[in-house]
Design a binder for this molecule. Sequence first.
Ligand SMILES: *Cc1c(COP(=O)(O)O)cnc(C)c1O
Length: 384
Amino acid sequence: MINYSKQTIDSSDLRAVSKTLKSNYLTQGPKSEQFESKIRKYTGAKYSVVVNSASSALLMSCLSLGLKKNDLIWTVPNTFVASANCAILSGHKVDFVDIDDETWNISLEKLKIKLQKAKIKKKLPKALIVVHLAGLPVDPLELKKLSIKYKFFIIEDASHSIGSKYYGKKVGCCKWSDLCVFSFHPVKIITTGEGGAITTNSQKFYKKMLMIRNNGITKNPKDFLKKSIGPWYYEQQTLGFNFRMNDIQASLGISQLSRINKMLKLRNKIAKIYKKELKNLPLIFQKVSKNFFSSYHLFIIRLKKENRFFHKKLFIYLRKHGLFVNLHYLPVHLHPYYRKLNFKKGDFPSSEKYSLSSISIPIYPNLTFKEQKKVINLLKNFFN
Ligand SMILES: *Cc1c(COP(=O)(O)O)cnc(C)c1O
C-alpha cells in the first residue's frame, strides 16, 4: 500500500536515537531542552515547550489561558477531533465556524458574521483555535484584527504546518497569535514517533505550561510561593499531567528538524507534479495564494461537483488499487459525541460538502516518481 503520508527515517536518525539510549537520560533531559531551543530558533518564537503529543499540546494551551469555566472556545469542524476536544477537556464550551470554499480553512467572512451576532447575544468566544489545513496557513492579519476587536486569544493548530510560512514569517513565530501547536506524529512533516510542541511569546503562558506538563509542579526556587525548606523542596501550584516528551523522542526530533528544508522541498515538488499532471481532470486543489508557503502535509483532491456516491466510488477504487488514501476530515460536529451536544447535519454546510468530495492522495518525501506516476495513472483511468 502507498500511504497518504509517512515518516522518513534515515541512518542519522538511528544514530541519534541510539546515542540517547546509551546516555543517562531517557526521560526529559538535555535532548528535550536542545530540541526546544532548535524549535525556537527555527520558528522565531521566544519560548517553546515539547510534549508527548499535539493533543496534549492543545489541551495544555487551553488550560494555560486561564479562562473561566464554560467560557466559549471556537474552532472549525474540518479538523481532527483533538482541536475541539481540548476545549471541552479544559472545562470550556465549544462551537464551530464553517470553512471557506477555496482554502478549506476557517472562513474569515463567516467568522466576522458569527462574531457580530455573538456580540449582540453576549456569547463571544474567549479563544479561537484555527487549523492550517494540509499546511496552508490561515491569513493571520485579518484574524489578528478580529481578535483585538472582539478580545479573544488565538491558538494555531499547526499540526500540519511546521515549516509553512505567511508574509515571510514561519508559522510558530506567534507574531499574530498567542500559542502555536505542532504535531510530530509519523504522518506529519517531521516525527518523534509521537510528540508535539507549543511555541509562544508569552512568558506567562510558558511558565504555566511548564507546570502543567509536569503534574503542576515547579522546581524553580524563583517561582516558589512558600519558603524552601531544603534542597529536596518543590511545589505543586496547579493541576497538571505527565505530558513530557522523552529524550529518545527529542533526539529523533532534533535529527529530523535538521532535514526539514529538504523534506519541505520534496513535498512541494510532488505537489507541483500533481497539479500539472491532474489539471485536466474534474478536480479542484487547495488555493495557495501569494504570501503563503504550504508545507504540503497533505495533498487533497476535491471533486468539482460533489457527489457522495462518486466520491465513495473513487475512494474505494484507489484503496483497491493499493493506495491508502484518506479523508481529512469527517466534520467534527457530526461525530456521535458532538451530536449529543446538539450539533447536527446542516449546521456547517461547507465543511459537510467538503467531506463528501475530498480525498488525500499520497505525498511524502520518499514517494518515488514511479509511485507518483501510479497515483496519477489511477486517477486518469478512473475519470476516463
Ligand atoms: C495530528 C493532528 C492532531 C493531533 O496530533 P497528535 O500528535 O497525534 O496528538 C491535532 N490536530 C490536527 C489538525 C492534526 O492533524
